[in-house]
Design a protein around this ligand. Sequence first.
Ligand SMILES: C[S@@+](CC[C@H](N)C(=O)[O-])C[C@H]1O[C@@H](n2cnc3c(N)ncnc32)[C@H](O)[C@@H]1O
Length: 421
Amino acid sequence: MEAEAEAGAPPPNLPLPPAFIDFLKDNGINPSIYASASASSLPRYIRLKPGTTTSETQIAEIESELGCELERVDWLPGFFAAPPHIHIAGSVSYKRGKIYGMDVASGAAVMALDVSPGDHVLDLCAAPGAKLCMLLDLLGSSGSLTGVDVARHRLAACRTMLLKYGLGDRCRLFVADGTSFSLLPLREEVDTKTSNKSGWFFLKLPGATNIKECMDVLKEWSPKRSWKERKSARRSTNGTGPELVRAMAQMELLYYGRHSGMVGHSKRDLFITRGDSEASVSGYDRVLVDAECTHDGSFKHIQKFEHWGWDTLQRRVLYAERSDSLTHLQLNLLTNGFRLLNVGGSLVYSTCSLTVAQNEDVVKQFLSRNPAAELVEIEVAKNWPCRSGLIPKTLRFDPLTSQTSGLFIAKITKISQTLEV
Ligand SMILES: C[S@@+](CC[C@H](N)C(=O)[O-])C[C@H]1O[C@@H](n2cnc3c(N)ncnc32)[C@H](O)[C@@H]1O
């Protein structure tokens, strides 16, 4: 890991508005970082879909299609750097689902989680889904992945990605608030060969033959049900506490795959919630909290405001109330993700903000309230071109140090089922 970049470097070559420069300075961020990360210097990163042959011939084919040379990222398998100006979305390889456009720092956050086949994984801020797809690629053909996001349209884009890359089999997607989401993974799998609810997907995928059963499961979760259906659903929740009924009404299932734990279960079956003292109810082995943030470390995102108008940045990103409520949101997402984590499991908290308030401060506050949480070293990071965060064991990627987008990563484990203080 490299030492922290020195302050006092040249001024940014983007016409950053004074309010943004003030925001950066208030947060101790040197605006020069935006100079080094100008569009002409930061590589465009590509991740190859595993299973795609990585022979030199295949790489050469992609190179000739993109019209550039790809440089293998030696510290993160499967990633390649392309020149900054390359647009991959129009390429055949991209359209056919052979490559992903994904910053290598985002890949690092996923690798830090150390997912193994068979794990039950929760991605609490999942959309639009670059990290979720990588998690599924690592999971392979066992375990499950639950993706949650509060923004329906963004999660719909995530579903499109799942289908494009053929990754939906073990995944389910919920439109829900990650600060209160409570569904646990279902570990015992329904035998999809003998069950009469055999192997249904939300969207009809190759191999599916009974679309009606699929639609029945989804209807149960849809907020747009007829009065009659809502009445009968209310009847079926009689005897259920009001909090649970509210929780059941508040989320929508947007997608599920054959081995996602949804097949053969009614909505009610899935509301086995974990009370704080119920350690015996199994939660998730891995949790990713890639929290909503000001995105100030994502150079490409900030650059878009040149077209959208800098006043939009000021209005949407920088006003103080948003910053305050964001750190609350981040803390609540982290706390709920940790609540759903198994003892011995791992959680990664990441943001693409470079501010201390949204990163180290959130983690510090969380640790002070959760004696069962322990910050752990990210073992795989030994050769990563990043620097330490202000708290030891946390990591920071930034354009100057890493030639990547900005990203903060902290890894936390649960050492016991102790309650929050
Ligand atoms: C940084 S983005 C996540 C990017 C995503 N992990 C990926 O790799 O593509 C943060 C996401 O958090 C979502 N979000 C904001 N508030 C949320 C909440 N209360 N619960 C769940 N998701 C939330 C936003 O809609 C947004 O999609």
